[in-house]
Ligand binder design. Structure first.
Ligand code: ZN
Ligand code: ZN
Length: 601
């Protein structure tokens, strides 16, 4: 059957299953039981059912209608991929939490039933849905997984082995991490704690895996008790020696599917710490009604965000490896662009940059899909070149490259913009304004504990004074050989300045001011920075940023006349450090390139 017939056929099967279960509207979110950013194929049911391959989207199917909600990044892609499927593209407005629930509230009648699999729905979202729908008399069925009835060739669960993120990379032992977690649990009055989020689990147990793309995670739940803890992970994934090491540290293994039973077995007097945004409704419902629950953010979120001195030392080394890979890549790129016999496309960039990283010490995999966007493509912040649609890099313009790597000693994420041909005065002006924002925030000092969102204006001021802005946050937290996106801090005026976003020493955040000229070019300059203590005065403790990323910022795009002497000083100082740190790691063309591109201006 052709693709265009397959989707309607699958929807028809689903509608029959809906009828059998008395469900009037079925929701398929992009989610798994761990509420992850990247989903194993087993949970890519929304993609299987709709044909839409974007990473974020929610499908709603009724008896006579189907629609897929997605954000502005994916509108174009959704329109192409959903053509002829009978599924409408629903443009998700920014700032509306669950627009599909609003649609259901408007389009369903009292006594009709909405169904969604509670095993892939966060407790938090479940409560919002219940609030909105039950007030209208609309019923909610969360105990059924219709995919079980229609998706017969569903891919199995991933089976990649679990391995230890051991010394010297792991600065704290899992025993110490578990002890710190139990202290935090006791402070909340809890003796049990349920963890389903994969980054929290990988961090806590010093374990890693490769069950999903880009993140070194493995599929598991964990139940931490007063004395021992249980890791629910598929049999065969943990080698015997590791199983023994875990047991010695008070960690027992149980089959992946048994987390719900273990929760059900908790005694009614137990006090369970759980994070409503980070556990599913189905697991929540498994526990005995008598179990008292303390609702709070997982304590491991803050613990893993605050990198230790030893972590930061490894991250600096990983940054140097990453920088050396980029020198090699950019040296090749400049050479290739100057050679009329070579055809360089956005896809070649992605291949070459990953190959250069793969040659470096400690490299594991890319930390996300490389974004290489030439001219107008660079103006789309989440653009992804595909085999079918990509640009050849030639002529004149700006090439934006956002990429990163997972190394045993750290996670990287860097954006650079390089000129192709001679940049125009307007391009250089735009680039310099963005650079001014990067310099302003990178050299900021601020009170410890300030909410991260408050810092956003510092990076934007040079753009704001010119009446310019960009439509995404300035910085996201980054993990230590974990997710390239992690909380709790977020330097973004779009994010709520909640207490847990307070800036603390050791947190690593991206600084990525940008400017997009639709249809023309995009500029983003991105470094990772770590919060370091600056000084303590009569007014309190102050932090500053240490820039971790090591890679030249292309000065051919800079209009030096727009920079103040202190900004020129920052740029030259940064390039002196980049040169000093990377020179021992590169040779040949990469070394030549590094020397030229770190010349002071
Ligand atoms: Zn990036
Ligand atoms: Zn980033």
């Amino acid at each position: 059957m052709s693709d265009s017939k397959m989707i309607p056929a699958r929807l028809a099967q689903l509608r029959l299953a809906m009828q059998r279960h008395g469900i009037d509207a079925w929701i398929v979110p992009s989610a798994d039981p761990h509420l992850s950013e990247y989903l194993p194929e087993h949970w890519q049911g929304r993609q299987w059912l709709s044909g839409f391959t974007g990473s974020a989207g929610t499908l709603v199917v009724t008896a006579d209608w189907a629609g897929l909600w997605t954000d502005s990044r994916y509108w174009k892609q959704a329109e192409t991929e959903l053509e002829g499927s009978g599924i409408a593209v629903m443009r998700m407005p920014a700032g509306v939490a669950l627009p599909h629930v609003e649609w259901l509230a408007d389009n369903l009648r009292s006594r009709q039933t909405v169904g969604i699999d509670g095993a892939v729905l966060s407790l938090f979202a479940a409560r919002l849905m219940t609030q909105r729908l039950t007030g209208l008399g609309i019923l909610l069925n969360t105990n059924t997984d219709l995919l079980l009835e229609v998706w017969h060739d569903r891919p199995p669960l991933p089976t990649a082995p679990v391995y230890e993120h051991a010394a010297p990379y792991a600065g704290l032992s899992r025993r110490d991490k578990l002890a710190a977690l139990r202290d935090a649990m006791r402070a909340d009055g809890a003796d049990w704690h349920l963890l389903s989020t994969l980054d929290d689990i990988a961090y806590l147990f010093n374990l890693r895996g490769s069950d999903v793309n880009f993140n070194p995670f493995f599929i598991a739940h964990a139940l931490i008790g007063p004395r021992r803890s249980t890791l629910f992970v598929a049999e065969g994934k943990v080698p015997t020696s590791l199983r023994e090491a875990l047991a010695a540290d008070g960690v027992d293994l149980a089959p992946y599917g048994q987390a719900a039973q273990a929760l059900a077995a908790l005694q009614p007097e137990a006090v369970l710490l759980a994070d409503p945004r980070r556990i599913t409704l189905a697991l929540w419902q498994a526990k005995h009604d008598g179990v008292r629950v303390v609702e709070a953010a997982n304590p491991t979120i803050l613990a893993k965000a605050k990198k230790s001195e030893s972590d930061v030392a490894h991250i600096r080394a990983a940054m140097a490896e990453d920088g050396a890979a980029l020198c090699e890549f950019f040296a090749w790129l400049e050479h290739a662009l100057a050679d009329p016999a070579q055809r360089v496309t956005e896809l070649t960039v992605e291949e070459r940059i990953t190959a250069a990283r793969a040659r470096r010490h400690g490299f594991v995999c890319p930390s996300f899909d490389t974004i290489a966007g030439f001219n107008a493509n660079g103006a789309m912040p989440h653009y992804r070149a595909t085999k079918a649609v990509h640009a050849t890099i030639a002529g004149q313009g700006l090439l934006l490259i956002d990429s990163g790597g997972q190394y045993y000693g750290g996670t990287t994420d860097i954006t650079r913009v390089v000129p192709v041909g001679e940049p125009t005065a307007e391009q250089r002006r735009d680039f310099t304004l963005v650079l001014k924002g990067l310099i302003a925030l990178s050299s900021a000092r601020f009170p410890r504990g300030i909410r991260a969102a408050m810092l956003d204006a510092i990076a934007r001021t040079p753009l704001w004074v010119e009446g310019l802005d960009y439509g995404h946050g300035t910085g996201h937290g980054v993990g230590y050989f974990l997710g390239v996106h992690e909380g709790p801090q977020s330097i973004s005026y779009y994010a709520a300045a909640e207490p847990q976003t307070a800036m603390e020493s050791g947190m690593i955040t991206s600084v990525e001011p940008s400017l997009y000229r639709e249809g023309k070019w995009g500029i983003r300059i991105e470094n990772l920075v770590v919060n370091r203590p600056a000084e303590t005065t009569a007014f309190g403790e102050f932090l500053h940023f240490e820039t971790l990323t090591l890679c030249p910022i292309d000065t051919r795009c800079v209009d030096a006349a727009l920079l103040r002497p202190d900004e020129i000083g920052w740029l030259n100082g940064y390039h002196a450090i980049v040169r000093e740190r990377l020179l021992p790691l590169v040779d040949g063309a990469a070394r030549e390139w590094l020397l030229v591109r770190t010349e002071p201006i």
